[in-house]
Design a protein around this ligand. Structure first.
Ligand code: F6P
Length: 322
């Protein structure tokens, strides 16, 4: 079946690169002679009929902007049969033949429901800073978020060094430790605390003391939000060390900002691939990147995969950050 009209929405937490992906979807669809309707506010807007026609120029001047032009929402109703039916009714009213959903795990579950339960061809583009989807090596927004964390940690290192302090920095990631792992390795943090590996405060203190004996004047500990807050960790640590401890939560700053080259490149490739699949009448897939190649996979299979932690990278950090 040739698709004439596709819908596009962003859902869940926003991520840098979502706008670049919107642009790639719209421009590719127009290239193939398809019409695109953007749906504002994710699944919530879909149920409330918030459709806007997207033309070539509607997506000008957004490739470099963080956030999402279509805005987004976390929509619990999409997990109910009634909500799903409202979404399907809206898609039918607007004559939408296929849908592109840019979002994370929860958004993909909504897409899976539309595909599995109602036969609507849907393609998922992984857009989340968390990098918590197993089937793809990287999600859109992760690289930019980690770069933002690195910038913050660089600044913290300056002042921690001057005062010979320990900085406990909290990063996001929900239940996944990837932001902490990648930001930790690439900023030279001595210790990372992630949900995937139980921590031992005696070991933390031992590593700090050893680094000081080796001539270090400060320490950076990156804590993933899935373990506890930086404030809580700093409090626990201050009880067992004489070095002065400070805590910082990077918070939503890591979700904003202009996307990095890596995220813009992923956005271009993911958006283009998603529309090419729909054009060929293929739905029910998610796109991703694996071993530097753009891939697509069955949506049901992709959402059922359990995210694995990269223990080798963790060991690398343990060996080189001291
Ligand atoms: O999924 C993206 C994310 O930023 C997570 O890392 C974090 O746990 C959550 O969203 C925060 O959600 P909110 O923006 O609703 O506070």
């Amino acid at each position: 079946m040739t698709m004439k009209r596709i819908g596009l929405l962003t859902s869940g937490g926003d991520a840098p690169g979502m706008n670049a992906a919107i642009r790639a979807v719209v421009r590719t669809a127009i290239y193939y002679g398809m019409e695109v309707y953007g749906i504002e506010r994710g699944y919530a807007g879909l149920m409330d009929d918030e459709f806007v026609r997207l033309e070539m120029r509607s997506v000008s001047d957004i490739v470099h902007r963080g956030g999402t032009k279509l805005r987004t929402a976390r929509c619990m109703e999409m997990f109910t049969k009634e909500g799903q039916q409202r979404a399907v009714d809206a898609l039918e009213r607007h004559g939408i033949d296929g849908l592109v959903v840019i979002g994370g795990d929860g958004s993909f579950r909504g897409a899976k429901a539309l595909t599995e339960g109602y036969g609507i061809p849907t393609i998922g583009i992984p857009g989340t800073i968390d990098n918590d989807l197993e089937y793809t090596d990287y999600t859109l927004g992760f690289d930019t978020a980690v770069n933002t964390c690195i910038e913050v940690i660089n600044k913290l290192r300056d002042t921690m060094n001057s005062h010979e302090r320990i900085s406990v920095v909290e990063v996001m990631g929900r239940h996944c430790g990837d932001i902490a792992l990648y930001a930790g390795i690439t900023s030279g943090a001595e210790i990372i605390i992630v949900p995937e590996i139980p921590y031992d405060m005696d070991d933390v203190v031992m590593r700090i003391n050893r680094s000081r004996e080796n001539g270090k004047h400060s320490n950076i500990i990156v804590v993933a939000e899935g373990v506890m807050s930086a404030e809580q960790f700093a409090k626990q640590l201050q009880e067992v060390t004489t070095y002065s401890v400070r805590s910082t939560n990077i918070g939503h700053i890591q979700r904003g900002g202009s996307p990095s080259m890596a995220d813009r490149m992923l956005a271009a490739q993911f958006g283009n691939k998603a529309v090419r699949l729909l054009k060929d009448g293929i739905g029910n897939r998610v796109v991703g990147i694996h071993k530097n190649e753009i891939i697509d996979m069955d949506i049901i299979e992709a959402v059922s995969m359990k995210k694995k932690f990269n223990y080798e990278l963790y060991e690398t950090l343990q060996m080189i950050s001291m």
